[in-house]
Design a protein around this ligand. Structure first.
Ligand code: CAA
Length: 262
């Protein structure tokens, strides 16, 4: 097994391929330390810039997507260590600047920072073995990578308070019912299903995919009127692309579109 904390592969056989990023600290259940988050940030930036990549998948092991920020590293931190080094903000938030779609393929534990990392992705495909939770309260802290903000947007206040205040886990079925994950698949199908979803995205027009992602993300920041205007203007702008002509011509001619990402 490679020493890299994040394994980077390209999968799929389309013209634009899937960047497959595997968190690789299996013995520590992929506990997220600074070195791993630096590698993940670098891989995300590189894959986002690569014209040959249309979609990114982030995944872990069968037992854990990630069991949280690395407690053995954090245990010795003092306030000035985390404040001056801008712990979390410095290297975890790269994910927010990625313009291509990022799918989290989650099996096993996604706890604390692991659940938060999955929520930073654009959507979550869960194996039936997945367990989500924000157990930070049990070790004398609170979620620090967006858990108190993104979880209520996904599952509402009551369930978030339950998760954050008791530290309990929810299984994949509960996570799907609550809207945290987009779909559940059998654990042994997780890679195949995530790859199929990512390849389907790779086959679409890159600019429309990026604009769709931008619009949905805008809904979390803007009021309804501003969000609708943002969507409308990007919708209008797509009529300037070759891919809009190709997509609609292909539909009318009953043939497969051949997008040029332009
Ligand atoms: N940090 C560091 N090491 C961790 C870890 C973490 N978050 N989670 C698991 N590990 C390590 C364990 O210490 C253990 O190491 P050793 O073999 O050297 O003893 C190894 O991974 C395997 O773990 P367990 O033996 O505990 O496995 P288990 O199957 O019995 O339990 C578990 C699994 C329920 C996930 C349990 O490991 C656990 O509760 N982990 C911690 C979960 C947690 O509290 N996460 C939140 C961290 S704080 C955070 O994330 C802050 C933030 O918001 C950014």
């Amino acid at each position: 097994m490679s020493d890299s904390l994040v394994l980077v592969e390209r999968r799929g056989d389309g013209e634009r391929r899937v960047a497959w990023l595997t968190l690789n600290r299996p013995k520590q259940l992929n506990a997220l330390n600074d070195a791993l988050m630096d590698e993940l940030g670098a891989a995300l930036r590189a894959m986002d810039a690569d014209e040959g990549v249309g979609c990114i998948v982030v995944t872990g092991s069968e037992k854990a997507f990630a069991a949280g920020a690395d407690i053995s590293a954090m245990a010795k931190y003092e306030f000035m260590d985390v404040y001056k080094r801008d712990f979390i903000t410095r290297n975890w938030e790269t994910m927010r600047s990625v313009r291509k779609p990022v799918i989290a393929a989650v099996a096993g534990f996604a706890l604390g920072g692991g659940c938060e990392l999955a929520m930073m992705c654009d959507f979550i495909i869960a194996a039936d073995s997945a367990r989500f939770g924000q157990p930070e309260i049990k070790i004398g802290i609170i979620p620090g990578a967006g858990g108190t903000q993104r979880l209520p947007r996904a599952v509402g206040k009551s369930k978030t308070m339950d998760m954050v205040l008791t530290g309990r886990m929810m299984d994949a079925a509960e996570a799907e019912r609550a809207g945290l994950v987009s779909r559940i698949v059998p654990a042994d199908r997780l890679q195949a299903e995530a790859l199929a979803a990512a390849e389907a995205i790779c086959a679409l027009s890159g600019p429309s995919v990026m604009m769709a992602k931008e619009c949905v993300n805008r809904s979390f920041e803007a009021g309804l009127s501003d969000g609708l205007m943002y969507e409308r203007r990007l919708f209008h702008s797509l009529f300037a692309t070759q891919d809009q002509k190709e997509g609609m011509d292909a539909f009318l001619a009953k043939r497969k579109p051949s997008f040029r990402n332009a």
